[in-house]
Design a protein around this ligand. Structure first.
Ligand SMILES: Nc1ncnc2c1ncn2[C@@H]1O[C@H](COP(=O)(O)OP(=O)(O)O)[C@@H](O)[C@H]1O
Ligand SMILES: [Mg+2]
Length: 340
């Protein structure tokens, strides 16, 4: 055991000196410590309620139902109600939530409004803090849950609030109960909208009503496709284009995310052979669970030229929902010599 101890001692010494070497280089490299242990990275996750693309196709009925729910008056005893938008990834839950959140009558009807991107990391601290920050408009310093909850409670006190929790995965009932504690301070008529892929999440949160989102209609799908494929006007005079395009939209299962990906891809190449090649690609037959979003995304990746493929795959180093800074991404690509 003597030699074992000596080996451990030697290893520890090596690790310590390696750390000291790194520490010495820290200043030279201009690295700075972040307070809150990586909080800066997490806090820059997408929390935006602005519509990236103002053109939303279809969804009029869904929007109307949601507005009716949001603007409905409640009996005095219930302080807030939860409605859920449920549907598979890329079907347009976030887009629909943004549309109603930004609706003028909704903006007027609620005293306090907050939009929080919850995503797959459900930490009560972070979500509570994001809600608070979104309401107050500045970043609160405290990390103590009790302090945060009390502050949030007083911000909501006797006010009619609207809260959107975007992309919730949490299926832990108790975590959700704990998060809710400050919400009861609001007045009746307050609403929470949750978007989630899992019906179970909506049930656990006791959401009622639940709005199940379906794919776009063929015509709305085609309009969305055209917008992305023919951005600079239709350069193809071939009458078959619409026919092929509509078939591709149907292969996408009329999922907006898939349609956008393929519209963007096909818009780069305006020749009919290429469109037919994509339409009849064997990649559509890849195994998938009842929707064509994976084949569609895979296709749009597969047909990228090689130098763009690696730029695209590089984005996998960022966490889910991370807001990627365009200029910084280009710098990263340059550092990897992707652009030379
Ligand atoms: N009705 C629509 N009209 C136009 N674009 C849409 C529509 N619904 C969704 N999109 C687009 O499709 C993509 C995926 O939509 P999103 O709302 O993020 O889906 P989800 O939140 O269900 O994963 C987004 O880029 C969005 O702009
Ligand atoms: Mg979403």
């Amino acid at each position: 055991s003597f030699s074992f101890n000596r080996r451990i001692a030697r290893d520890v010494r090596e690790i310590v000196s390696a750390l000291e070497r790194m520490l010495a280089r820290k200043d030279a490299l201009g690295l700075k410590e972040l307070s809150g242990g990586g909080a800066a990275l997490r806090d820059s996750r997408e929390t935006t309620s602005l519509l990236e693309d103002s053109q939303v196709y279809g969804r009029n009925q869904e929007k109307e139902k949601l507005l009716k729910f949001l603007l409905s008056k409640e009996a005095e005893e219930s302080s807030f109600r939860i409605g859920a938008i449920v549907g598979m990834g890329g079907i347009g839950k976030t887009t629909l939530a943004k549309t109603v959140f930004n609706d003028a009558t909704v903006q007027e009807a609620f005293e306090v409004k907050a939009w929080v991107c919850v995503s797959d990391q459900f930490a009560i601290h972070r979500v509570t803090k994001s809600i608070l920050d979104s309401i107050t408009g500045h970043v609160s310093e405290s990390t103590d849950l009790n302090v945060l909850q009390n502050r949030l409670r007083s911000e909501l006190m006797n006010k009619k609030f609207l809260l959107v929790l975007d992309d919730v995965w949490n299926e832990d009932y108790h975590g959700w109960q704990k998060l809710q504690a400050p919400f009861s301070a609001g007045t009746s008529g307050s609403k929470i909208i949750v978007t989630t892929r899992k019906k179970n999440v909506a049930d656990i949160m006791r959401a009622n009503p639940i709005f199940s989102l379906e794919p776009l209609s063929d015509d709305d799908g085609w309009s969305l496709f055209s917008r992305h494929a023919f951005q600079g006007g239709n350069l193809m005079c071939n009458p078959c284009v619409e026919d092929i395009g509509r078939k591709i939209v149907r292969k996408c299962g009329c999922l907006p995310l898939a349609i956008k990906a393929l519209g963007g891809l096909l818009g780069t190449r305006c020749n009919i052979e290429y469109w037919l090649e994509i339409l009849h690609s064997s990649l559509w037959d890849l195994p998938h669970d009842n929707n064509n979003v994976m084949p569609a995304l895979w296709l749009s990746y597969y047909y990228l030229p090689g130098h763009l493929k690696r730029c695209f795959s590089y984005c996998a180093v960022f966490p889910k929902d991370y807001k990627i800074n365009r200029e910084r991404l280009v710098l990263f690509w340059m550092a990897e010599k992707f652009l030379s």
